[in-house]
Design a protein around this ligand. Sequence first.
Ligand SMILES: Nc1ncnc2c1ncn2[C@@H]1O[C@H](COP(=O)(O)OP(=O)(O)OP(=O)(O)O)[C@@H](O)[C@H]1O
Ligand SMILES: [Mg+2]
Length: 583
Amino acid sequence: MKKFLGAFKVLSPKAKRRMILLFPIILIGIFLETLSVGMVIPALGILMSESYFEEIPALLPYLHYLGHPSHQELIIIGLSGLAVSFLLKNLFLFFQVQCQGTFVYSAQREVALELFRNYLNKGYLFHLKTNSATLIRNLTSEVVSYSNFFLMPFLNLLTEGLVIIAILSLILWVEPEGTIVLASVLALLVFIFVRATNKIVGRWGRKRLEAEEQKIKHLQQGFGGIKEILLTNKIEHFIRRFHLPNQISGLMNKREYIFQYVPKLGVEVMAIFGLVFMCLYMMMDGKPYQEVMNMLGLMATAGFRMIPSFSRILNNLQSIRYGWASVDTLADEFRKYSKEYKSDQNTKDLIYEDTAVSFVREIEFSNVSFSYSESEPEVFSQINLSIPKGAVIGMDGKSGSGKSTIVNLVLGLIEPTDGVIKVDGQNLRGSKITKWQTMIGYVPQEIYLLDDTIRRNIAFGLDDSAINNERILEVLSLVRLDGLVENTSEGLDLLLGERGTRLSGGQKQRIGIARALYHDPEIIVLDEATSALDQKTENEILATFQPMIGQKTFLIIAHRKSSLDMCTKVYHLQDGTLNPRVI
Ligand SMILES: Nc1ncnc2c1ncn2[C@@H]1O[C@H](COP(=O)(O)OP(=O)(O)OP(=O)(O)O)[C@@H](O)[C@H]1O
Ligand SMILES: [Mg+2]
């Protein structure tokens, strides 16, 4: 039960309020449902007996008010009342469905948005450790499952459950014994059904969830490695890898689909058997024919609404079970997030009220050690490094020695496992990191390009109205890419294609450099930023940095000696230690 309530934690307070607002609407709907079913009894009564109304003393004043209508007039009033009550009920139900749909699908939208925000706010280390296929699955299929297999079934369950209770109370009034037997039989059926199917349907749901993640992973790998796949002719292999999870998830969905029909078929058969049994029982009991007919009419009408209702209850219970794996996953993500968020807020409020970062002296590493996880060895230990403002610091070392890791530490993307990093003597932690990062222009080893225009790729993450076109042209000419836009009619709206498929390796790097320079940062960090360029272009680009020397601070990682020529000091990283090198 606690788990069940935990599933609602995924919803925002606003969505929860909207859900509570749905309750009165559902109740009115149920009232109208019961009323319309209840109308069938007097309507049938009037049809069958001329003195029907006169037998109910409570109604006499109304008859008097209507001027004692004839039987025929009463039939017209009764039947039109019946028709109008069904019309009103169904109009209202249409309204109810609209409210329900709006609630469920806006909740779905909000959950996806909030989860995306949650994932993007997680640290860089989280993303290094988590496969993006899991995140994409949660954001797409699982969010949909949450609404289709939990929220919607929950509301339906509520509605149908109340409808059954209301109708049962109605017939309880007319036929107490039969109703009590019926209610107990129904309760027993639900119990048996849930016990019998819970485990197996839950397992199907979990299998589907796992398969969904594998599907996305294999799709991503198939497209991401297309060049190697084509070249080595491994198309069939990748299709096979995708085929298995695809088959499993399809199979689970098929089973769940077929299973959805079982309650309907079973309930109908049982209802008909029950009705026949009841009729025979009453007739053998010597009840008058008229009474049997009345009971039959009532049961048929009640059953008319109750049978689908009851099978829907079983369906929805089953859906919730099938979707529970998704609900659990999402609830878990949100629980973790709200915990982290709270502890984050606490440290921010307590330790760092002042988020300003001053950088006039130096960035200083003291005895910094780092390992990517507790089970892995340290990439380096106890390193000391000082980057004075205005310096041009170079760094080289073998592949895998930890250069990019040092860069990530400087950028504040990861935190030291041991030791401290200070900027002007202040600890680089908490919300100061965000401020610090705005001061840095960073060119990573692998440039990530958006499937968008060159303009948006350089201004990365700025809204169109905030983009300064002149500055874009300026940085484009600094990285010698002005030719790229001059030769096309699209100009700055030139599309680069997904992951920059329309650019060469060197052009991509230069877009990366232009992006880093666009905001005119105080600190420029280049991680093998010119490795794909020919000597001439590299020299040209490095020359554009010359005028900035002294004003801006540089950290340059490079293998090639020529890339480090402009450095005031070069460090060599080897076997986890950092040593100055003679230039
Ligand atoms: N996400 C990660 N999880 C675990 N280990 C990692 C991770 N990223 C890097 N490493 C390890 O950390 C070490 C340093 O990696 P890093 O990327 O800093 O090297 P590098 O000096 O930049 O190499 P290169 O010159 O090839 O870019 C490597 O041994 C690598 O195996
Ligand atoms: Mg590297």
